[in-house]
Design a protein around this ligand. Structure first.
Ligand SMILES: [Ca+2]
Length: 437
């Protein structure tokens, strides 16, 4: 009998609801598992959401402006950044910086959405070690140093893009190099979204570890008379490596990243920013410290060649990286004074089922609160057994919580428990029989 009494308490604790971020209607748990035996602090992770589906169902603003990320308290906001090109797609890339991921264990954060009046607080500078999405009208000279200017090549910033535009006299290479003012930690990853348009021999240095003009490790796109290439080049060893030939000259953006894991540099490519292919890994024992982010256009041809950078970001890197998984949608614990609006666009089944619970919540908390107090009083007066009375009272509070969690299954379980306990309370009251102990 005692086990039956304590089970509801256990369940009530186990499914403790999440209090809503003020004004937000939905949240999901994001579980981050640290795969190394060392604590990670301020570590950048990303996960994806199918925002196209959420937006189509009226659950998220069409500009993704109501997305937020919090700690597992559901209240402490974490910095986040959404790759704008992926908003309203089925794989929206969301980056955040997690304050602490303990060694070899998991930590949970929450992603929130569903607040029609919220506007974006996405902030790449707050997430990454280095970040520029070129949102201004000129190069941000607090972020970049012109490491090597060249009168044959110009740069401009407009419409969210950094554009290199250059020609040459056809006999000597012209090179324009930008270098971040931020020095990266030894283990790091650089990610960029770029495209290019090249009509004569030229190179777009997609990601570039730049130390000095004679000391750099780089990863770049190369168009020359032989075709199109993706290459790495470690200047200290004075060799170039061809690792992939492409016969295209993409007008659509692609993603590239360059990673240093402590022993080698690897280059990766993606078409959507989510699914990556490693192109090459190369031992990089020349420079292991003092890395910066670099961007460069080099031109030998006599027609104008363009290189466009949408954004470039740098983050910490540890191998193997933490794994990240996103849970199912939940409805948080709402208070009556908060925003109760819920959108029924498309009338998804779950919305219809859970909406009544949302609107009945203020009513339910009063009714069940009163009932719970009565049940405690009756149980204690009739039996004198304090633990039994408390147990059943908590069970009824679990029923109250079931209204607020608005998770269908949890609500049904808790509500069923509450009904049984209420029946027991009535039985002991009118049945003249002690079943409490
Ligand atoms: Ca941009």
């Amino acid at each position: 009998m005692r086990g039956i009494i304590f089970l509801p308490i256990f369940l009530a604790v186990l499914i403790a609801p999440v209090f809503a971020l003020d004004g937000w209607n939905y949240y999901r748990e994001v579980t981050i598992t640290n795969n190394v035996a060392q604590d990670l602090t301020d570590y950048q992770v990303n996960f994806t959401l199918d925002t196209a589906n959420l937006i189509a169902r009226g659950k998220m603003r069409s500009d993704c402006g109501d997305l937020r990320v919090t700690l597992s308290d559901g209240q402490t906001l974490l910095p986040y950044w959404i790759d704008p090109a992926t908003c309203n797609t089925n794989k929206t890339v969301i980056w955040t910086k997690v304050p602490s991921i303990p060694a070899s264990s998991s930590t949970k954060i929450y992603v929130w959405y569903g607040n029609p009046i919220a506007t974006s607080q996405a902030n790449g500078d707050a997430v990454f070690l280095f970040f520029d999405d070129f949102s201004g009208t000129s190069l941000n000279t607090t972020k970049w140093t012109i490491a090597r200017p060249d009168s044959w090549i110009t740069i401009s910033v407009s419409d969210g893009l950094l554009t290199f535009s250059g020609t040459s006299d056809g006999s000597t290479w012209k090179m324009y190099i930008l270098k971040s003012t931020t020095v990266l930690p030894d283990l790091h990853e650089i990610i960029a979204r770029v495209k290019w348009s090249m009509s004569s021999t030229a190179e777009a240095h997609i990601l570039n570890y730049y130390d000095s003009l004679s000391n750099m490790q780089q990863f770049y796109y190369d168009k020359n008379s032989g075709g199109y290439y993706l290459r790495t080049f470690i200047q200290g060893n004075n060799y170039a490596t061809f690792f992939g030939m492409r016969n295209d000259n993409p007008t659509d953006f692609e993603y590239y990243k360059l990673r240093y894991n402590g022993s080698y540099v690897s280059a990766h490519r993606s078409l959507n920013g989510v699914d990556w292919t490693q192109l090459l890994a190369r031992n990089a024992n020349i420079f292991t410290t003092g890395f910066t982010v670099g961007l460069e256009e080099a031109v030998l041809g006599t027609t104008t060649n363009y290189y466009y950078v949408d954004y470039v970001a740098a983050k910490k890197y540890i191998e193997p990286e933490p794994s990240v998984s996103v849970g199912n949608e939940n409805l948080p614990l709402q208070f009556p004074s908060l925003n109760w609006s819920i959108t029924l666009t498309g009338n998804p089944l779950q919305d219809i089922i859970t909406t009544p619970a949302q609107y009945f919540a203020p009513f339910a908390v009063i009714v069940y609160g009163v009932i719970a107090i009565f049940v405690f009083g009756i149980a204690y007066i009739r039996t004198g057994k304090l633990y039994s009375a408390i147990a059943y009272t908590i069970t009824l509070f679990a029923a109250i919580l079931s209204f607020f969690t608005q998770n269908l299954y949890i609500s049904l379980i808790l509500y069923t428990i509450a009904l049984f306990s209420l029946a027991a309370a009535l039985y002991i009251t009118f049945g003249k029989r002690d079943i409490w102990g």
